[in-house]
Design a protein around this ligand. Structure first.
Ligand code: NDP
Length: 327
């Protein structure tokens, strides 16, 4: 495993990390979660990603039980939560980035995860109803109370991130250090263009999500629609429709040939491609089976097979390189 600074912070994060969305507390039981987390940890993964909304709090509860049982030293791993969507409660005070919900959600996440502090705490989406000042002050206070070490954002625009920095600078508060955007061969513009300036100016770190576009970029949908995947879960039709379009499948089939020429799997090609971007601090893997996780973790060994010539070949297949605005 390789480790890198999370943006401009001194925090050393593993370049591959492991997340719990749709799997922990939903698709897989606690025994499987433990096997997967232990496998990741044994391979050098030190960051485990979570959120209040995942399985409506159950994902944090299951991860907390596993953290307790494994008894890993607290200084050997990084754990996150995210606030915004709530943990299932529908009352107006049970969601958003207002001081009340952020403080209560943090306390609840600590309880469910059975830890004394969160290493990373993300604002899961921007909140148009709460002034950014209120959120920045709240995150600053949580850090001062020792409940959070670093805070960040997820799916915020560059402008919103910079607004948070401006508020922090004006009031001598602790600013966000990390953004969690989607990043994979199909979703590129935020990471490659929109944030380009702020990697340099504020030293933004990134923990990127869905490197396999929910499994499509593993190639397993190239010729059939297998059962028992996240796309057959009731209520996730929107996710299947977003990711399983005919044009994406056509591209995916072409990527399979590139992977085969390199003697790696298509999942490994897709994850190694994300790792090639130096502005990606860590790629958050998802897996519902141990074999998937092991295959994905091995991507770390194959980045050197993606030579400039191979990257160019991939670029030609994708045809979606985001462009910078013309002057
Ligand atoms: P991926 O796009 O990598 O999808 C993971 C899923 O793909 C697995 O659960 C599995 O699904 C399938 N899969 C994984 N590896 C293989 C393989 N080798 N062969 C075949 N199928 C495979 O990542 P996620 O979408 O899960 O995102 C990763 C993490 O990012 C999340 O857990 C979460 O922590 C974070 N995230 C953050 C978001 C945010 O808004 N901040 C949004 C979404 C995710 P199946 O069971 O179908 O086989």
């Amino acid at each position: 495993m390789e480790y890198t600074n999370l943006g401009k912070t001194g925090l050393q994060i593993s370049r591959l990390s492991f997340g719990s969305w749709l799997t922990f507390g939903k698709q897989i039981d606690e025994v499987s979660v433990r096997k997967l987390m232990c496998s990741a940890y044994d391979h050098g993964v030190n960051f485990f990603d979570n959120a209040e909304i995942y399985a409506r709090g159950m994902s944090e509860t299951v991860m907390g039980k596993v953290l307790k049982k494994t008894q890993w030293s607290r200084d050997s791993y990084i754990v996150s939560s995210k606030v915004f969507f709530g943990a299932g409660g529908q009352l107006p005070t049970q969601k958003g980035l207002n001081r009340k919900h952020v403080v209560e959600a943090c306390n609840q996440a600590l309880e469910r995860l059975q830890v004394d502090y969160l290493d990373l705490y993300f604002c899961h989406r921007p909140d148009k109803r709460t002034p950014i000042e209120e959120t920045v002050w709240t995150m600053h206070h949580l850090i001062q109370q020792g409940k959070v070490l670093y805070w960040g954002t997820s799916e915020w625009s560059a402008q919103e991130i910079m607004e948070a920095h401006m508020v922090a600078r004006q009031n001598h508060l602790i600013a966000p250090v990390v953004e969690q955007p989607e990043y994979n061969l199909f979703a590129r513009s935020k990471v490659e263009v929109e944030f380009d300036q702020i990697y340099r100016t504020v030293g933004l770190g990134t923990t990127v999500w869905s490197p396999l576009a929910s499994g499509v970029l593993s190639g397993k949908y190239n010729s059939e629609l297998p059962t028992g995947t996240r796309f057959s879960i009731e209520g996730l039709e929107w996710l299947r429709d977003k990711n399983l379009s005919p044009d994406k499948l056509e591209i995916s089939r072409k990527l399979a040939n590139v992977a085969s020429d390199l003697s790696i799997t298509q999942a490994q090609l897709s994850i190694a491609w994300c790792l090639k971007n130096p502005n990606v601090s860590t790629v958050i893997l998802g897996a519902s089976k141990e074999a998937q996780l092991k295959e994905n973790l091995a991507s770390m060994n194959f980045t050197n097979r993606l030579t400039p010539k191979v990257m160019e070949e991939i670029e030609l297949i994708m045809g979606n390189k985001p462009s910078f605005p013309n002057f």
